[in-house]
Design a protein around this ligand. Sequence first.
Ligand code: AMP
Ligand code: GLY
Length: 468
Amino acid sequence: MIGLCLDDDGDGDGDGDVVEAIPIPIAIAIAVTKTGSIPMRILVVGSGGREHTLIWQLKREQPDAQIYAAPGNGGTKALAESVPLKPGEIEELADFADSREIELTVVGPEAPLADGIVDVFSGRGLKIFGPSKAAAELEGSKAFAKTIMEKAGVPTAGHRTLTDYEETERYIRERGAPIVIKASGLAAGKGAIVCQTVDDAVAAAHSMMVDKSFGDAGTTVVVEDCLVGEELSILYLTDGEHAIPLIPSQDHKPIGEGDIGLNTGGMGAYAPVSIADDALVGRVSDTIVMPTLAQMRAEDRIFRGVLYCGLMIVDGDPYVIEFNCRFGDPETQAILPLLDSSLLDVFQKVARGESLAGTDFRFSRRAAVCTVLASKGYPGRYEKGKVIDVPESLADDPDMIVLHAGTRRDTEGKLVTDGGRVLGVVGLGDDVSGAAAKSREAATAIKFSGKYFRGDIGYREIERQSRS
Ligand code: AMP
Ligand code: GLY
């Protein structure tokens, strides 16, 4: 078996120990399956729950695939070989993809997309799923996104883009509160501040524009009218012209049950969302996604990849709160387990520049709820390195999926916490309340010191269910 990347040590992690130990030319260091065919080689960039879910899904579709995670986390190791490269190390990632003859690269986080990872890979003839740097500006610059929406006539909150602090203060005082102040650039999901008073809004603008609390990301701000309604995430897979909607989902951003307290990266998500019926998804496609993609084509910034539409539904009408250029986290954890079609097929078509026209894409009629287990103190300061106990029985339940985010293996191989959001536990059920019960059961069974989770993920849908 020398020179083959099979899981020779039998621990299920497929980490190709023999190849690590004996340097041999890359060309022959390619795995073969038991049937003698060469498995597909895929690189997934990122280390969060979203990336673990992508790897889980790709492995579900192609059990033989040789997947690499750069850098991955404590959970991805069971499915993918960890590569010690960070998402920002674009040239090194391209060198790796080149040397390992990676056939497809999938990028999780926004920063490398905004920094042009797709342009670098494509320039070297490497297949990659995601938008170019010019297209990723839809997320990278809220000011740019607003301009595209204006030109395309896409419904969004009334707003003004500003670069001068005094003028911003005047505009805030003129508009009044509540009002939303957004750093235009990437701010790790923390750049939008919903302000209930004018004083808070002025302070937020001062902090961004004068104190540079988000660095250069806050030099330009978008001051936006506050929309009141229910939030919804609809993600589209797109070749730049055709777009396939994924099942609608809803994130839960605040740390506390009942949506109170500080905003986080997302404490849980569920799918489907009954307010997002076929008619609403059709309207989002027709009034938001198609005009946006057309405008991007017209500006020679063809958007290929995932277009994440963060929406506010106001009196039944969808408005864009934000566009993202990548999969959502934790929405992906709730969406992909419901998939009944091939994501890999779509990734490959888009990476090859092929059309998605006529692609059959289906979801099961079940429901999924993802509850995030966080470290005590998150989204503020928290400790790391707490030993995590995941009961083995969870793996035997087909309606429970444990997805890792901030985890790692310590030097003794023990699974320990390594981030604010530690795990996402997905429960599946025939409806959202059944799925939520499963998710909570798994969240309760997993133990680590300082574990915190919201026990109410999906509560809006469960209330709707109980009323109908
Ligand atoms: P963003 O970073 O743009 O996703 O915004 C973070 C959160 O701020 C959103 O999930 C909303 O809850 C809230 N938000 C953003 N824009 C608005 C708006 N125009 N009106 C009301 N809430 C908003
Ligand atoms: N769940 C919000 C995001 O991925 O941006």
